[in-house]
Design a protein around this ligand. Structure first.
Ligand code: GLN
Length: 405
């Protein structure tokens, strides 16, 4: 660049433009069911993007603290899956849309099982699965689990917690119903209390983006490098976010934004683009469904502008073979004995080398394997040069690479 002008990242430039375009929109209402949320500053508005390699792009009020509220739900569900496995967790909470409001009782009439972990009933059931012999131990465990996603120690807003606890009669009722059906095995008062503390965990917009990026990165926190969740559960958590994360706006959200997401009543929205990035938006003004008005707008615009919809998949299979050639086409500078030369020259026509590149997953490995199978009869040796391969998942390994050995 010439002179003193410094090049600014086009991502940051866009975020700042988007922020100032939407900053003046003050539609919506702050949540009023407890005084602490009613006092939220309507002007606060932050956007943060975190990539899976830890780059942060921020615009606006990304460091203003607010309570996590319902955005905690996928993380408690994730913790339950990690500690108890899907088979046990699904005895306690399903993965089906309830069609009801987030705070509806929505329990299966026969089993008492909550429809999904994104409604309060399912969230309280997930929270109760935190490891620990006492509620206090469970709380310590939960805070440690959440902090791994955020990449920094998190605390609880005591005033919000006390208000939630003292006014949350409906959540108390849900907890007693869960206890009645045996979905909760512990004291329902202690478990709903833990849920109130969970909703009162303080985060900021940057934390939201990092928590989302941790899911995007397959469970590994991109800032600390610490694993928060085993890869095998990441898709499960994103699935429930995808189907039930955004209250009864899920259909329109999937259509126009196309990212697994979770919103909360304090005005946060967290969205994940698997394999790439996490998005956090904070603005406390909510629409009638309880979603942040500016949060929705930001996610729609970001998705459209950067083409982030998860069903827009990169066409990566075409480029998996960097080069492919027969043994005859290569020569070596190495000095060899006459015997070696003779040995190598005989089958050289029947050797094929594949220089592969990028990620070997089902789609890309299938392309290579199909090509190999079509010429297999004419070959004695197949060499897979994996030097440019950046990753190999278990499907590609077991079905393809392992067979070639
Ligand atoms: N604390 C709130 C409740 O349980 C959380 C609600 C929310 O964010 N949707 O009612």
């Amino acid at each position: 660049m010439e002179g003193d002008s410094k090049m600014i990242s086009p991502v940051l430039e866009y975020l700042e433009r988007l922020h100032s375009k939407i900053a003046d929109q003050l539609e919506g209402e702050v949540a009023t069911y407890i005084p602490e949320l009613a006092r939220a500053d309507k002007s606060h508005f932050g956007i943060c993007l975190a990539t899976i390699d830890g780059q942060l792009y921020e615009a606006g009020d990304t460091l203003k603290p607010f309570t996590i509220q319902s955005i905690s739900k996928p993380f408690s569900y994730a913790t339950a899956l990690a500690d108890h496995g899907y088979a046990n967790v699904c005895q306690k909470v399903g993965v089906e849309l309830s069609g009801d409001a987030f705070n509806a009782v929505s329990l299966d009439p026969k089993t008492g099982r909550p429809a999904n972990p994104m409604i309060n009933a399912g969230a309280i059931a997930s929270t109760a699965l935190m490891l620990g012999d006492t509620p206090a131990a469970k709380l310590v465990y939960m805070m440690a689990a959440y902090s791994k996603y955020a990449g920094c120690p998190l605390t609880i807003d005591e005033a919000v917690y006390i208000s939630e606890r003292d006014t949350g009669f409906r959540n108390h009722a849900i907890a007693f119903m869960l206890r009645n059906f045996g979905i909760l095995e512990d004291d329902p008062v202690a478990m709903v209390d833990l849920y109130f503390r969970q909703c009162s965990v303080l985060i900021d917009c940057r934390d939201l983006a990092v928590m989302a990026a941790t899911l995007a990165a397959g469970g590994n926190n991109p800032l600390t490098g610490i694993r928060a969740l085993d890869e095998e559960h990441v898709a499960s958590v994103q699935s429930v976010m995808g189907s039930c994360g955004i209250y009864d706006y899920a259909g329109e959200w999937t259509y126009s934004v196309g990212l697994p997401s979770k919103s909360g009543v304090s005005g946060g929205i967290l969205a994940v683009l698997p394999g790439y990035l996490g998005i956090g938006v904070y603005s406390p003004l909510l629409d009638a469904r309880g979603n942040s008005v500016r949060g929705i707008e930001v996610c729609k615009e970001l998705s459209k502008y950067f083409g982030l919809h998860m069903f827009n998949v990169p066409h990566s299979t075409r480029a998996v073979v960097h080069r492919s050639y027969s043994g005859r086409e290569v020569s070596s500078n190495r000095q060899r004995t006459a015997e070696e030369i003779e040995h190598l020259s005989l089958p050289s026509k029947r050797i094929r080398i594949y220089e592969l590149q990028g990620e070997l997953v089902f789609g890309t490995a299938e392309v290579v394997m199909r090509d190999i199978l079509s010429i297999e009869d004419s070959l004695d040796y197949i060499i897979l040069d994996m030097e440019r391969v950046t990753g190999l998942n278990s499907i590609a390994y077991e079905n393809y690479a392992e067979r070639m050995r």
